[in-house]
Design a protein around this ligand. Structure first.
Ligand code: SF4
Ligand code: SF4
Length: 220
C-alpha cells in the first residue's frame, strides 16, 4: 500500500493561504491513506474541526464540507462529488500524491491543497507503524534475495551485500532497523539456500525505473 502522513496543521494553513472564497471541501480517501490513518472519515472530521477552530478564532467565516472517496485517484469516484468540488473555493486533499494530482487534473479550475506527505510503498508492522518495502523500480528481482527488496530495505540499496557495517543484525545507518542483508542471510540459511547469494547479482534493468522517464503501464 502507499504510505503517507498528514502534514502539520500549520503547513496546511500556510498552503491554504487566503482562499478566494469561504467554501472549503476536505476530501479523504478510503484506500491506502485511510489505512495510513490519515484520510478516513475520522481524519476528515478531525481536520475540519481544526480548520473550523482556526476560522472561528480569526473570524474568517469559512464553511466546510467533508467527504471520503473510495479511491481519490479514480475519476469515477471523484465525479460523484463533482458538484461539491466545483462549488468549493479550496479542496483540501487527504489523498496521496496520486489522488491529489488526479483531482487537479480532472477538475482544472479546482484549487487543490495537498494535505498529505506521501512517503513510500510499505506494509503495516503494527497499528500506525509502516515500513517501506518497495520503491517501484519496475524490475522486481527479490527472488534473488530471499524475497527482501534491497532497494527499499537496505539503506545503501546494495544489490551485493552486506556492506560490513551490520551489528547484531541491525543496520549501521539506523540501529532500530534490521539490516536487509542480515535478514536475507537468515532467511536463506533457514531454507538451506545460501548458494543463492554466493555469486554476484548482475545489474538491474534500470530502463524500467523512473530513471527512464515518466512510466506508463498498460494492462489488459
Ligand atoms: S525489486 Fe523493485 S519492484 Fe521489487 S520490491 Fe524492490 S523496488 Fe519493488
Ligand atoms: S548494514 Fe545492512 S542494511 Fe545497512 S547499509 Fe549495510 S548492508 Fe545495507
Amino acid at each position: 500500500m502507499i504510505v503517507g502522513t498528514r502534514k502539520p496543521f500549520e503547513e496546511i494553513i500556510a498552503l491554504l493561504g487566503e482562499p478566494v472564497g469561504n467554501r472549503i471541501l476536505v476530501l479523504g480517501c478510503d484506500s491506502c491513506m485511510a489505512v495510513s490513518l490519515a484520510s478516513g472519515e475520522a481524519e476528515v472530521k478531525e481536520l475540519i474541526d481544526e480548520l473550523r477552530e482556526h476560522s472561528d478564532a480569526l473570524g474568517l467565516g469559512w464553511e466546510f464540507e467533508g467527504r471520503t472517496l473510495k479511491r481519490q485517484c479514480e475519476r469515477k469516484y471523484e465525479e460523484r462529488v463533482s458538484e461539491l468540488i466545483d462549488g468549493s473555493d479550496a479542496v483540501v486533499s487527504l489523498g496521496c500524491g496520486v489522488g491529489a494530482q488526479m483531482l487537479s487534473e480532472n477538475f482544472p479550475l479546482a484549487n487543490v491543497v495537498p494535505a498529505i506527505n506521501t512517503s513510500n510503498m510499505g506494509a503495516p508492522e503494527a497499528r500506525g507503524i509502516f515500513k517501506e518495502k518497495c520503491m517501484g523500480c519496475g524490475d522486481c528481482t527479490i527472488h534473488r534475495t530471499a524475497g527482501v527488496c534491497v532497494l527499499a530495505r537496505c539503506s545503501k540499496a546494495l544489490q551485493n551485500g552486506p556492506c560490513g557495517g551490520t551489528t547484531d543484525g541491525k543496520c549501521e545507518i539506523d540501529p532500530e532497523t534490521d539490516c536487509a542483508w542480515a535478514t536475507i542471510y537468515d532467511s536463506l540459511k533457514r531454507r538451506g539456500r545460501l548458494d543463492d547469494v554466493r555469486g554476484l547479482v548482475p545489474p538491474k534493468d534500470w530502463s524500467r525505473s523512473h530513471s527512464g522517464g515518466v512510466r506508463t503501464v498498460r494492462v489488459g
